[in-house]
Design a protein around this ligand. Structure first.
Ligand code: SAH
Length: 366
């Protein structure tokens, strides 16, 4: 019999799974706590479970996160974790420490099907959706690697589904992950500390609003359909006017009273002052903040980062219109952990991938 990986379940499913073998719901709560609160993977160590259950479980179930291949830390404290998810695929999670919080950015797919023009993951194509255990397992492994702060609290206080892949294209698994993040018996994060980032899959945004509203970020990147069609091709299916309307609907149920628009600034492509002015009228009806991301180049991208002076002018235009705008510090660049640089697929470039992983492991040891 195939072992059931219990990291694939949220509380409801774990309860149902235990019920099938006649176990009471509180057993599910106990196991959930051991797995997620304490990071325990060994049933034998779950001391408050009935001994008979502890002995029975290993024959039916396992607790298996994705294998951590390598971890690297940048000078600014940003850390990148590389995971093997089998079949030659690797995915990445990035930990970003900031004053008063620590954010983990996790991947939801191996590769991505959306083919955004400026994104390294998009260039690799789509491989497959990640399982719940492979997504929540990135946090599980990061928590282990990061340890606890002096007060005994976990270091990761915020989680963003903003790594490789499109979370809303892996909807069911992403929502199960969100439920675990919010569950007091698992990670107990508030809805405001959990963010889903999407290129704008409108029907899935509407479902998320009903099923599990958390903070929302939209990868906007262009002020009009003509340009956005070329940068974020999913725009041809879900154009801007409809996207703005979907944002307004989402805000009715959202834990924060704004959506965050992400905007990658690409030299000479979308960074003109008139683009900024067009953004103001586009987003007039939507309560929002802007997060500008200087483009992170990668080999063969064909794009350049906007110059600081242009970034400043662009931000000034938005700020003068009263839109709260932040410019994301580019972090972890030297470890290729910056936005859009995550490209962990080893298949078809096995030697290169293996070399990269080896390089990371060596650094880790040194
Ligand atoms: N598919 C989701 C989440 C993954 S992308 C989404 O589109 O939101 C996470 C963020 O990184 C998005 O805003 C994406 O547009 C941005 N990004 C992708 N490539 C980038 C690059 N080369 N430089 C800077 N940001 C990039």
């Amino acid at each position: 019999m195939l072992l059931q990986n219990l990291l694939d379940f949220d509380a409801a499913r774990l309860t149902a799974w235990f019920a099938e073998s006649g176990e009471k719901p509180f057993r599910a709560t106990q196991v959930l706590r051991w797995m997620h609160r304490y990071g325990e993977a060994d049933f034998a160590a779950m001391s408050d479970l009935a001994k008979s259950l502890r002995e029975k479980l290993p024959a039916r179930a396992c607790i298996v996160p994705p294998l951590l291949l390598a971890a690297r830390m940048a000078d600014d404290g940003t850390r990148k974790f590389l995971f093997d998810v089998g079949g030659g695929n690797a995915v990445e999670a990035v930990f970003i420490p900031e004053a008063g919080r620590g954010t983990l950015c996790v991947s939801t797919q191996a590769g991505c099907a959306l083919e955004c023009a400026f994104c390294a993951t998009g260039k690799q194509g789509f491989s497959r959706n990640l399982e719940v255990s492979e997504i929540i397992g990135q946090l599980w492994q990061a928590n282990k690697a990061l340890g606890r702060d002096p007060k005994g609290e976990r270091i990761v206080s915020n989680v963003v589904l903003m790594g490789m892949g499109e979370p809303l294209a892996n909807f069911d698994n992403s929502v199960t992950v969100l439920r675990l993040l919010l569950d007091d018996n698992a990670y107990g994060l508030s809805r405001r500390r959990v963010t889903v980032s999407t290129a704008g899959l409108i029907p899935a945004m509407d479902r998320l609003r009903e099923e599990c509203p958390v903070a929302l970020a939209i990868s906007l990147h262009a002020p009009d359909d003509a340009l956005r069609d070329t940068l974020v091709p999913i725009n041809k299916k879900y154009p801007l006017a409809a996207l703005m309307a979907a944002c307004r609907r989402y805000l009715e149920k959202a834990p924060r009273d704004f959506v965050t628009f992400e905007y990658v600034l690409i030299d000479g492509v979308n960074d003109r002052e008139r683009d900024a002015r067009a953004l103001i009228s586009l987003t007039r009806q939507v309560s929002c903040k802007f997060n500008m991301i200087p483009f992170n180049p990668f080999p063969g991208s064909g794009y350049r980062r906007s110059r600081p002076e242009r970034v400043r002018r662009f931000v000034d235009v938005l700020a003068r219109a009263g839109i709260v705008t932040t410019v994301r510090k580019t972090r972890g660049e030297e470890i290729e952990a910056a936005c859009g640089q995550l490209a962990g697929q080893i298949r078809n470039k096995t030697r290169r991938g293996a070399r990269a992983a080896r390089g990371m492991l060596e650094e880790q040891r040194s």
